[in-house]
Ligand binder design. Structure first.
Ligand SMILES: *Cc1c(COP(=O)(O)O)cnc(C)c1O
Length: 218
């Protein structure tokens, strides 16, 4: 993993050399689904502090002792969130990347108030408008954003997307960037192992890397 992470950092530095002035390399969020504790520890030892989990259940099983031991860690929820899992998501995550409906925005906001927390929340945009994929369509963004901000009172800081498999990701990253700029949202979670260079060049502030760090998932 040491070599893998070094490669990611070098690749990012090279990609950012041609970026507009003032752009910084994106934060690496290690997508750690299915990874066992020794791999998590290895990543932490390399200085990785942001981790993304897809399932709240798995997060609760793996992370509490590590969060105690390493207070610098920041967990992101990067998979779909059911309202019955909101309490645990708010307890363990600094960032919830998958807000996709008004009811969920309400639930997260009220749970956050109860726990005295202000998680950063991203809205997941289904830029490819794929029927089976989570997230809202681009045209649903404005009403959801308004609801989340004005009615739920949620701290919406950005957008997240997962481009369709097998398609060129650039138009999807460009669309997400355009939407984020239009609504004044600073955080852009886009780019995975296969396309993070492209994402970084197009304004990603966070990239979610699984395979590129940990190798193929078992
Ligand atoms: C698994 C996962 C990733 C990482 O995928 P890799 O291709 O292994 O880098 C990123 N984002 C989400 C939402 C994921 O579920």
């Amino acid at each position: 993993m040491h070599t893998a992470f070094a490669t990611v950092e070098t690749t990012l530095a090279k990609a950012m050399a041609h970026a507009p002035a003032g752009w910084r390399p994106p934060v690496v969020v290690a997508a750690s689904k299915t990874q066992p504790e020794p791999f998590l520890r290895e990543a932490i030892a390399l200085g990785i502090s942001h981790f993304g989990e897809n399932r709240v259940q798995e997060m609760v099983e793996k992370w509490p002792p590590l969060l105690e031991e390493f207070p610098q860690l920041r967990l992101h929820l990067i998979g779909p969130l059911q309202t019955n899992k909101v309490r645990e998501a708010v307890r363990y995550c600094q960032t919830i990347e998958t807000i996709d409906r008004p009811k969920l925005a309400d639930a997260v906001a009220s749970e956050a108030a109860k726990q005295g927390k202000t998680p950063s929340c991203l809205i997941q945009v289904n830029t490819g408008e794929e029927p089976q994929k989570a997230g809202i369509t681009p045209r649903e963004l404005e009403p959801l954003l308004r609801h989340a901000r004005e009615i739920s009172g949620l701290n919406i800081t950005g957008l997240m997307c997962i481009p369709p498999v097998g398609m060129h990701p650039a138009p999807h990253f460009a669309l997400l960037k355009k939407l984020a700029d239009r609504y004044g949202l600073p955080t852009l979670s886009m780019g995975m192992s296969s396309d993070y260079v492209e994402a970084a060049r197009m304004g990603a502030t966070h990239i979610r890397l699984g395979t590129a760090l940990f190798g193929e998932r078992a």
